[in-house]
Design a protein around this ligand. Sequence first.
Ligand code: PEP
Length: 260
Amino acid sequence: MLVAGNWKMNTDVPEGRALADAIAEGLSSTAADRGDVDFLVCPPYVHLPAVREALADVPVAVGAQDMHAQDEGAYTGDVSAPMLSSIGCDAVILGHSERRTYYDETDAEVNAKAQQARAHDLVPIVCVGETLEQRKAGEADTVVRSQVDGALSDVSIDGADELIVAYEPIWAIGTGESAAAEQAQAMHAVIRDDLRERYGGDAADEVPLLYGGSMKPHNAYGLLSQPDIDGGLIGSASLEAESFLGIAEKAAEVLETSGH
Ligand code: PEP
């Protein structure tokens, strides 16, 4: 079970450092209870070294929120995979709906970035999800399948720890309106099927599939207890250590009660 935070463009560096310190402190005081829950935080680029340092003594991985598909070059304002690897970054969010919406990112670009991430030992967290209009039109499965296929074409993995997929229905992001647990599970099953066709059963069954979209401590248990939901990609609730760790508590409860 993976509890991952996407801080987006929030907090300045001292605030981000304080949030990471609070997560580290909260974790070390109750670590024994948390069993097999894995943690990841994805702060803004400029926070990465400070956050990594703050989390050095606790088992929390650190990821970026995006990256460029090239190693280096004249791409003012961009950050590359080798740069992220060089500071010990573990993972990178790719194809978040905010990047697709505000920067017109296409599946082909997400795919190029995913290949580049693998080439530099970064775990791509590939985000997919439909709009409300697409859901109402009955197109959600097709849209999500085509995003998964587009993003992962020619992306090979040697093991399930080399890829994460996050299902984030756009209508649930930052709206306070989460998908119903069964609705999310149904889409995770579709994604799992797609991954089985691509990578074979064993790997696909182990690739973590995260749900994202207004996950909070109060709804986390229901979502995380679904068989194909292996964790959460959490936006606003990851900006406070208490709610982030509150979701982790729910993940630990699910593990204890269902072994999922
Ligand atoms: C996100 O954008 O990745 C997200 C899930 O945000 P929130 O939890 O705020 O809906």
